[in-house]
Design a protein around this ligand. Sequence first.
Ligand code: CA
Ligand code: CA
Ligand code: CA
Length: 207
Amino acid sequence: MRQLYSKSWFIGAIATGLMSTLAASVQAQDIFDNRTLQFPEDTIVEFEFLQSHGSYQAALGVRNETTGEETILFQEVKPYDAFGTNQTIQTSRGQNDFGTQSDFVGTVAGGTVSNQFSEFLFEANNRYVFFLESASPTGQTRRRILSTQNLAQFNGSLNGGSRGNVKGTRVSWEDGGQVEVGNDDDFDDFVIEAGGYLIDMNCPPIQ
Ligand SMILES: [Ca+2]
Ligand SMILES: [Ca+2]
Ligand SMILES: [Ca+2]
């Protein structure tokens, strides 16, 4: 038994159109939120990195609380796009800068994160949490935030398709801020999306 929450509208639309009755019968947990996650069957979720807005170098991953195993989904390979350049960084404390170039933006195009997509297999009946690790450019200060703390905001559902500019579930993180600045509640420090379309992989092959 296995299912997939895909980022792909194309695959999702075909699966939803042809197999909606079958898909409904194996509906799993289709919500990510601040609780520990658990699926009743093996479930692959596709993730997309959107943007980060934090001066620290961050990594986002999944921790299997049942086995202790940790897997990184997205890793910043430098702290932010303009790191090492002389560019002036615009910042506005406490403002959500998602979608802008302000506040230490990190993107795939700018070379901060190398992979735009990632996928992860949640094994049936194992418990999971997401974590965000961030380190200051010198490596001296390190932080670790869990999705079970109220420092990750969840918007949408894994099979919710596209609503406005959100596809699937958007997860927006507050990383706790620099030591000297602190938590600024801008929730733009690391932003990803998960799923979008449910594909039931238990369907019989199309005739
Ligand atoms: Ca920020
Ligand atoms: Ca960063
Ligand atoms: Ca912040």
